[in-house]
Design a protein around this ligand. Structure first.
Ligand SMILES: Cc1cc2nc3c(=O)[nH]c(=O)nc-3n(C[C@H](O)[C@H](O)[C@H](O)COP(=O)(O)O)c2cc1C
Length: 363
């Protein structure tokens, strides 16, 4: 079995190790544009030795943002700033991924650190908009009331993902990840707790996963065959009667058949009253199960913080890579430190060599 610092070949790319920067919203954009914060934030994590740096959820439509400050790729004007970030990430011999997203009914909300925790909706006067979802039910009290999408609007969202993928290619990204987790639009359609539609996008399992697969087909259709497509899913709603691991395994099989290369296995987010069994590596069993039963590469994410823990996940064949979020906020150089702890010599940026362990080579 490979270990954490073994390369991971996917299509024409070979990731230099198994560590991926998990997508993390920075809520720091104006009108969807990236800026110096994104260059430094994402660039630091490339310097820190991850093999792949994934952007935050990047909105494919202005109305698909979570907050007004979300990063976007819904206009060609967004491409230049993103290209600058990709250029820097590549200079560190790191691959660049972009997570494409539509927030669905969780859109038009305040940044997490703003306002009253019970009042998340933003008024129109403060830059809010009418969010959309499978139905007109809000996520929870204090959230905006969405408009239920009609068929032409659904088709426009599929087109928006396709156009966004084209722009991502123009910006130079190597990997595109479709965000189908955390109670955002695509997950809302999959979850029987949220999607109570009676048309061809609701009801049966096939109908609920239809939008997700249409988006994947649209993205795969414009994304070159030499480059990978990932999908982040929620493997369970953590609630009786909701989306669960059996449904997630079946979706993963279909994703594989639709040209997806890796399923990034997260969970939750569809409903506000889920009971999540949090603990170290708590979502790893989902990555393991999907890898085994759907026969597709998986990424494990969630409370993976220790080098030996991450290494064990790869060595035990429970996932093909680990995605790390908060630990990489605490320590952007976590991959370099993990290599040192595990006794693997990995190259350091030449600018930092004087601080590197003896015998370390320049990248
Ligand atoms: C600040 C922050 C922003 C996040 N934004 C996103 C996002 O844009 N897209 C996404 O799929 N997950 C997002 N997440 C979830 C993380 O990618 C990750 O799945 C989660 O934090 C669990 O991993 P961890 O325990 O390593 O932090 C975010 C998490 C944090 C802490």
């Amino acid at each position: 079995m490979p270990h954490l610092f073994d390369p991971l070949p996917i299509r024409s790319l070979t990731l230099t190790n198994r560590i991926v920067v998990s997508p993390m919203c920075e809520y720091s954009s104006v009108d969807g544009f990236s800026n110096d914060w994104h260059v430094v934030h994402l660039g630091s994590r490339a310097v820190g030795g991850a093999a792949l740096v994934m952007t935050e959820a990047t909105a494919v439509m202005a109305a698909g943002r979570i907050s007004p400050q979300d990063l976007g790729i819904y206009d060609h004007g967004h491409v230049g700033g993103l290209a600058r970030i990709v250029h820097f990430i590549h200079s560190q011999r790191t691959f660049a991924g972009i997570q494409l997203a539509h927030a669905g009914r969780k859109g038009s909300t305040l940044r997490p650190w703003e306002g009253d925790p019970a009042q998340r909706a933003i008024s129109y006067a403060n830059g809010g908009w009418e969010p959309v979802g499978p139905t007109a039910e809000p996520f929870a009290d204090g959230y905006p009331v969405p408009r239920a999408l009609d068929a032409p609007e659904i088709a426009a969202i599929v087109d928006a993902f396709r156009d966004a993928a084209r722009r991502a290619l123009d910006a130079g990204f190597d990997i595109v990840e479709v965000h189908a987790a955390h109670g955002y639009l695509l997950h809302e359609f999959c979850s029987p707790l949220v999607n109570t539609r009676t048309d061809e996008y609701g009801g049966s399992y096939d109908n609920r996963v239809r939008l997700c697969l249409e988006v994947v087909d649209a993205v795969r259709g414009v994304w070159p065959g030499r480059l990978p497509v990932f999908v982040r899913i929620s493997a369970t709603d953590w609630k009786e009667g909701g989306w669960d691991i059996e449904q997630a395994v079946e979706l993963s099989r279909r994703l594989r058949d639709h040209g997806v290369d890796l399923v990034d296995c997260s969970s939750g987010g569809a409903v506000h009253d889920a009971r999540v069994a949090l603990g170290p590596g708590y979502q790893v069993p989902f990555a393991e199960r999907i890898r085994l039963d759907a026969r597709i590469a998986t990424g494990a994410v969630g409370l993976i913080t220790e080098a030996a823990q991450a290494d064990g996940i790869i060595r035990d064949g429970r996932a093909d890579c680990v995605l790390i979020a908060r630990e990489l906020l605490r320590d952007p150089y976590w991959p370099l430190h993990a290599a040192q702890q595990l006794g693997h010599g990995v190259p350091w940026p030449p600018q930092y060599l004087r601080a590197a362990p003896p015998g370390t080579l320049a990248r």
